[in-house]
Design a protein around this ligand. Structure first.
Ligand code: ADP
Ligand code: ZN
Length: 520
């Protein structure tokens, strides 16, 4: 296909079948055709592919597209071929005869685009071949994989940093859907894009309603939520395979059409689940994070996080699979205190100190999002460097602002109890003592003799949990992250304990089954 002289807009119509460019696409396409490199941060579904697929047809030579996911490459190539574009992929899924043929065709200039796995591209043999053919451009998809700050660092991406030096005359475009400020910085630096134009497109997904609910009886909360979703389809994310299996079973027992999806299942089974979900033969997929990469289902009406996501990037990406058709969609996060400790524990097992620090920082941001009593969308977009003009009006906080109450006395009780147990225990034990629990541990430690034993019987366990979290969030208490999340008083707590301060807090938002029924 040779369209070198035509107007890109014609190509957009005739090859891709779209009427007009989306925001930023035209600028990016024009720049790339003119030989300028670019960095593109655009949410999933924003239309990143066009940004390099179209220029590939307007520049002489073959465009080399780097993508980390073999399954995605095949889908993209198939879709391009349907449109008459000469595309192929080169990765470890090819048998050696096929691989040789692809290389021969590349040499003969038979491709507009060639998708290549990063380690293949940077092999000496392949680079040598590339030097013998005209290269239209380099496109690096999922560019956050080059960054250690990113949430999906891949060592094989680091080598890509040499491309600018090896092919200084070939424009390079790096694309990603997820990157906080540090990650962006690192991508630009590692890929040699410091002088390239940056395009950061709107991350807001106004049709998604974000809600966070304290996790109390998660299975029940999930069932109630699903009960309100009628027969709409959606995804439930859980952190472990085991959890995925458990939840799936519960849903199936309740008569819902649900299936599990995780890396422990065979390829065949996973394909089947994906296929059935796409065709609306399956209402709910319960999945670990692996599900959804590259599936394009527009009518996903809800995404539930049964467990706390590891970071805001994942949360955004996973919730972003809801409502791609622009119609109202729900994102529900069940936020449990215990989950924080589990995630911290997993991170602590890591060997690389730097990585641990980064992961903890990201987890803390995720927790702060869940705990914030502010418009969720503000907090979420703020994380990606985008400021909202006003509160969104479409999140649990906006729709049902937290009611404040004078929590001075409750807070004093909680803080004294932390003090009385010697600042050596986590929230669970402190709450047991407050509520006068008669368990073995409390007895053995003699904590049933403390003056604070049983002074908080009037509140539920969840209510005390919520209060302690707010005290942590506001800096009255700190949690010893590296040490079983032990609670300690901070200097801020003193005036409150001495009765010199009044403290208003949000009433605990513990409601079984999620937020108030959406008004529709
Ligand atoms: P991303 O890679 O950013 O996740 P894609 O490139 O896969 O997004 O595009 C997402 C969807 O938007 C696809 O279904 C694609 O066909 C569609 N799309 C992209 N650009 C346009 C456009 N200019 N007009 C209409 N639809 C578009
Ligand atoms: Zn809001």
């Amino acid at each position: 296909m040779s369209v070198l002289k035509r107007d890109p807009l014609d190509t957009l119509h005739s090859v891709f079948g779209y009427r007009s460019f989306r925001p930023f696409q035209q600028q990016i396409v024009d720049g790339l055709i003119a030989g300028q490199s670019a960095f593109v941060l655009m949410p999933t579904g924003g239309g990143k592919s066009i940004c390099y697929q179209l220029p590939a047809l307007h520049r002489p030579g073959t465009a080399i597209v780097v993508s980390p996911l073999i399954s995605l490459m095949k889908d993209q190539v198939d879709a391009l071929r349907v449109n008459g574009v000469r595309a192929a992929f080169y990765n470890s899924s090819l048998r050696s005869a096929e691989a040789r043929q692809v290389l021969a065709q590349l040499h003969d200039g038979q491709f507009d685009l060639l998708y290549v796995a990063p380690e293949r591209l940077m092999s000496e043999g392949f680079l040598e071949r590339l030097r013998q053919v005209p290269v239209a451009l380099f496109a690096i998809d999922e560019a956050h994989c080059v960054s250690q700050w990113g949430h999906d660092f891949r060592p094989e991406y680091v080598q890509l940093g040499n491309l600018r030096m090896l092919f200084p005359e070939v424009p390079l475009i790096a694309l990603t859907a997820t990157a906080d400020a540090q990650t962006r910085e690192e991508i630009l630096q590692r890929l040699g894009l410091n002088n390239a134009a940056s395009f950061i497109a709107g991350f807001d997904r106004p049709n998604i309603r974000y809600s966070v609910v304290e996790k109390s009886k998660p299975a029940r909360q999930l069932m109630d939520f699903l009960g309100r979703q009628k027969n709409q389809s959606g995804i439930v994310y859980a952190l472990s395979r085991k959890r995925v299996e458990e939840v799936t079973k519960k849903l199936q027992q309740a008569g819902l059409s649900a299936a599990a999806y995780h890396a422990g299942l065979g390829d065949e089974e996973r394909r089947r689940v994906q296929e059935e979900f796409l065709q609306d033969d399956l209402q709910v997929v319960v999945a670990t994070v692996a599900f959804g990469m590259g599936i394009d289902k527009s009518n996903v009406r809800f995404v539930v996080h049964y467990d706390l996501p590891k970071n805001i990037e994942s949360y955004y990406q996973e919730t972003g699979r809801a409502g791609r058709d622009g119609l109202p969609a729900e994102a529900l996060l069940l936020f449990g205190y215990g989950d924080i400790a589990i995630s911290r524990g997993l991170i602590e097992q890591g060997r690389n100190e730097r990585q641990k620090r980064i992961d903890l920082h990201k987890l803390n941001s995720m927790v702060a999002f869940a705990e914030a009593q502010l418009c969720r969308r503000r907090v979420l977009l703020g994380y990606f460097g985008e400021q909202l003009e006003a509160d969104c009006g479409n999140c649990d906080i906006c729709l049902d602002p937290p009611e404040l109450y004078d929590a001075t006395e409750d807070a004093q009780k909680a803080l004294s109890c932390v003090f009385r147990v010697g600042q050596r225990f986590g929230a669970g034990h402190v709450i047991d003592v407050l509520r006068g629990a008669k368990n073995q541990r409390v007895g053995q430690l003699g904590h049933d003799k403390l003056s604070t034993y049983g002074i908080g019987r009037d509140h539920s366990q969840e209510a005390w949990g919520s209060l302690l979290r707010q005290l942590i969030h506001l800096g009255y208490l700190e949690q010893d992250v590296g040490n079983y999340s032990i609670l300690k008083l901070t200097a801020t707590a003193r005036p409150l304990l001495r009765g010199e301060e009044v403290l208003n807090l949000a009433r605990p938002r513990v409601r079984v089954g999620g937020t108030k029924k959406p008004s529709s």
